[in-house]
Design a protein around this ligand. Structure first.
Ligand SMILES: [Zn+2]
Length: 187
């Protein structure tokens, strides 16, 4: 068990041992539930053929939800980003999961991720805005540029780059501050 935990991302030998001993004190019923959930994880999940998010149904709950605004598509790198944005509870559009970003150093080109599917979607559906919500690193920037060039006749926006809530301007790094200034909005 300890060895199995150690193979998980972000878990070192100490945490693996702590988790294992913790589980020893968990009631058998809970353990069975956990074991069942792990064993069904791949069997019960599929990729939504609309947005390519990982879900228990196809189309996924978000794509199937009639209250979501289908004219706004938020493009993210991975399913975890959908979860993060959904936690914020302020977004009512739909998503498109690329399953990666363009990364020439690791031989990941535009064909390896779901860019073609996004373009197809824009052809088939009435979309008014595409929000590029990719990570602000080199690969994310390159992917934004690439996608932006392919998207014609649709408004393309990006997430604002700026200071985190509760941050001190005095301690912000130069690039964040420069981005925040560049992306300022009328008040
Ligand atoms: Zn979906």
């Amino acid at each position: 068990m300890i060895e199995a935990f150690e193979r998980l991302p972000g878990i070192g030998p100490k945490s693996a041992a702590r988790l294992t001993y913790y589980l020893l004190h968990v009631p058998q019923g809970e353990l069975d539930k956990l074991a069942g959930a792990i064993s069904d994880l791949k069997r019960n999940t599929r990729e939504c053929l609309v947005c390519h998010n990982i879900s228990e149904s196809d189309p996924c709950d978000i794509c199937a939800d009639r209250d979501r605004d289908r004219s706004i598509i938020c493009v993210v790198e991975q399913p975890l980003d959908v979860l993060a944005i959904e936690r914020g509870d302020g977004y009512k559009g739909v998503y498109h999961v690329l399953h990666g970003v363009i990364d020439p150093l690791h031989n990941i080109g535009p064909e390896e991720i779901k860019i073609g599917e996004l373009i197809e979607r824009l052809r088939d559906e009435e979309v008014g805005e595409v929000i590029l919500a990719l990570n602000p690193n080199m690969e994310g920037e390159a992917t934004c540029l690439y996608v932006k060039r392919l998207l014609k006749n649709v408004k393309v926006t990006r997430l604002a780059h700026g200071l985190p809530v509760g941050a001190d301007i005095e301690y912000a790094d130069d690039r964040t501050l420069a981005h925040a200034l560049g992306g300022r909005r009328e008040y």
